[in-house]
Design a protein around this ligand. Sequence first.
Ligand SMILES: Nc1ncnc2c1ncn2[C@@H]1O[C@H](COP(=O)(O)OP(=O)(O)OP(=O)(O)O)[C@@H](O)[C@H]1O
Ligand SMILES: [Mg+2]
Length: 464
Amino acid sequence: MGLKDETTTRILSGRNELNLLLIDDDLNLCKVLAYQLEKNGFNVSTARNGKEGISLFSKKPFDIVITDIQMPDISGIDVLRKIRNDNEKVIIIIITAYGSVENAIEACKLGADDYLTKPFGQEQLLFVIEKAVQIQQLQDENALLKQEVVGKYKFDNMVANSAKMQEVLKLTTKVALSNAAVLITGESGTGKELIARAIHYNSPRKEKPLITVNCPSIPENLLESELFGHVKGAFTGAIKDRKGQFEQADGGSIFLDEIGDLRNDLQAKLLRVLQEKEFQAVGGSNTIKVDVRIIAATNRNLEQMIKEKNFREDLYYRLNVVPIRIAPLRDRKEDIPFLVDFFINKYGEGKKFKISSEAIKNLQNYEWPGNVRELENIVERILALATNSEITIANIPDHVSGRFYEPSVTTINIPEGGIALDTIEKMAIKEILQRTGGNRSKTARMLQIPRHVLLYRLKKYGLE
Ligand SMILES: Nc1ncnc2c1ncn2[C@@H]1O[C@H](COP(=O)(O)OP(=O)(O)OP(=O)(O)O)[C@@H](O)[C@H]1O
Ligand SMILES: [Mg+2]
């Protein structure tokens, strides 16, 4: 008894009571089965022949139909045909006489989910139903998941209002349809991974895997085996053959994230894969062929790395067939209001937040060194801490709003006789240069002046 009850709880968990239609001309069997099924929590309707069954089915929604095959008026096979034709999803289980396996196979070809051969016990009955229900649930979940994943990277889930981002989207849409290698560059947090996913999930390869390889996070000694796989015994710990990520991505795409951090000797191996579309597993002698689309990303300056002999030029040209450059957020501040809206929706948990235009302006004045990711984190934090639905400058963290960073005159010791403005300027430049470790672009940004203006001042004050 215990076992049966458990089975049913599992079948019914998370679902409403299931409606089951039982069609059988054998009155006794019908009664027994109906009793067993009702006892196990199903909502059972019975029909004594095929006609009655079809008529009942058309009047009421059923989750499961169990029908005998041999019946006097319409055969179970015809019932199956009719019901399957009207309803793709309902679970249909047929009952066949002992020794008529052909009938059962025929029925499954016509769309029955499973069959029961007479005589069968309650255990078997419940087992067959449970299996069919589980398979259906899995299929539903899979369809949902796929929809979710594909939907997630549709472009309408990405903010791109600035002309710069519109350009990126146009290129992304176009390149998604091709097989060309793409190199996405941009500072940290600009959305490189988002674009990589959009390319894959808008491409004809979208049903096949997108495999992400985070180049710097894999231990150096394992990277080769991660990418290309290994055969059993290739090295200590290789206790069985293992498929590498290139093989796993076959038919789909591989996303090589932080490609600028790929070790030198592996750059050569990767180049070979890109040229020949084939490779060997670590310790293996067979050549493996794959069909993989390459998407790479980096926040490093590969051209500079090539000059310094830290990145292979030939690999660079292979990867950089279509370059996509994502601008830093500070260079497309028009996106900020839309991004803020987007993240308020994402993290607002259904609450209607309103942000003042003054607060938006304030956010647009910040430099966002961590780009969109930093903005996303800040919005999430603002919403989590907000005590009401009106967001103002007061809700913005100080280091972003700059409210308490008004320079205080008292920290500058102005002598009685006054001070040259140039001296203050020189002091400020020196101080910020020190803070940025001598990084001129950053210093210029922090001083809110163009880089060439800074270079001029450095010369003027002898700070070069
Ligand atoms: N245009 C955009 N619209 C909406 N969300 C965005 C956009 N760009 C980036 N994001 C979000 O910002 C976060 C960072 O994006 P992503 O991980 O793609 O950046 P990245 O360039 O790969 O950063 P890193 O170089 O640090 O790996 C993610 O949560 C992403 O969803
Ligand atoms: Mg990334």
